[in-house]
Design a binder for this molecule. Structure first.
Ligand SMILES: [Zn+2]
Ligand SMILES: [Zn+2]
Length: 340
């Protein structure tokens, strides 16, 4: 479904002082081990782009991979966090303590990196949103809350004093190239990528993945109402901007580096279009809640993956609504979507 992509010879990347260190992730949805990139600075220190998941296995894999690549994790100039997901910032606090380097993150993902957006906390804070805006039955919200409460933390929260806010447009100098920090909201509100235009390199983290769609998740960190973050709608805008770039190598957050981002994105745009067509024809038959529409896209529903499924349905409905194809109506306090 994601078009034809070809692998990039990683020796090309090491000649630019870039080392990819895969770190295992203990959940399937991520799409395989997460990549930590170590990039050689002008002064011989290292910049890290992402940090891996903060389990003891994750930290051990990062240390082992760094050792093999000749990267000294005590000699870091800066720790860049691409976005506020645990598999990307999990070891940031530990690495900052050991190296003294600051953790750089976009302001819109700061609350996540500070550990304030864990799913259990989000469910507790926005319980009413799940019941009314998404139409999830109350016993199921209770079940989701219980499952979320049992999950073990896989990241350490970063102390605010160790954080420096990342300005989009900042030019970063490395020994072999320069890269610009680009803000591409979607997968999260504060996701950033690094673009090295002269070398046509793009550090994409989870904005562009070869094997899985980037799951723009339900995100209430910017509010529930008029300020709510429209994850998939923003993602598609950001993805169009990246489609226009001329790139020799995409260095993703999971999986090996690849070439062929336009074919990949064209496949993804078609995939979302297909999902929107299905949802639209279903609501044309009769208005339905987000929860009721899960069955249109997912034959089976399982509690641990429920938020991913709700996110997918809601995101596509928000895109259709923004295009004037749908409208929302509240019946007895519960939101239903109907054809416009
Ligand atoms: Zn992510
Ligand atoms: Zn990820």
């Amino acid at each position: 479904m994601h078009g034809d992509v070809t692998a990039v010879d990683e020796r090309f990347l090491s000649s630019l002082g870039v080392h990819r260190i895969p770190v295992p992730v203990p959940f399937l949805e991520a799409g395989g081990p997460v990549n930590v990139y170590a990039i050689l600075d002008e002064d011989g220190r290292w910049t890290l782009f992402d940090t891996g998941v903060g389990t003891s296995d994750g930290l051990a894999a990062l240390r082992g991979g760094a050792n093999e690549a000749g990267v000294d994790l005590r000699n870091l100039s800066r720790i860049l966090v691409s976005h506020g997901h645990v598999d990307h910032y999990g070891n940031a606090q530990t690495l900052a303590e050991e190296s003294g380097a600051k953790v750089h993150v976009h302001p819109a993902d700061l609350s996540k990196v500070l550990g304030q957006e864990r799913f259990a906390a989000l469910l507790a804070r926005h319980r009413g949103y799940f019941l009314t805006a998404l139409g999830v039955p109350e016993p199921l919200v209770d079940e989701m809350t219980a499952v979320a409460g049992r999950s073990k933390p896989v990241s350490r929260a970063v102390e605010r004093a160790r954080v420096e806010l990342l300005e989009p447009g900042t030019r970063l100098r490395f020994r072999h190239f320069d890269a610009v920090v680009q803000h591409y909201p979607g997968h999260t509100p504060g996701l950033v990528c690094l673009h090295a235009p002269a070398q046509r390199l793009f550090f994409a983290d989870d904005h562009l993945l070869a094997k899985v769609s980037p799951n723009p998740l339900l995100d209430l960190s910017q509010g529930e109402g008029g300020t709510k973050f429209l994850a998939l709608a923003r993602y598609l805008e950001s993805a169009k901007a990246v489609h226009a770039l001329d790139l020799a190598a995409v260095l993703p957050g999971h999986g090996p580096s690849f070439h062929g981002h336009r074919a990949l994105l064209d496949g993804l745009f078609g995939f979302y279009q297909g999902r929107q067509d299905k949802l639209l024809s279903r609501v044309q038959a009769s208005p339905a809640t987000v929860y009721e529409l899960l069955a249109v896209l997912f034959p089976r529903r399982d509690v641990p993956r429920l938020v991913l499924m709700l996110s997918e349905v809601l995101g596509n409905l928000e895109v259709l609504e923004a295009r004037g194809r749908l409208r929302r109506e509240a019946v007895a306090g519960v939101v239903r979507y109907a054809a416009a």
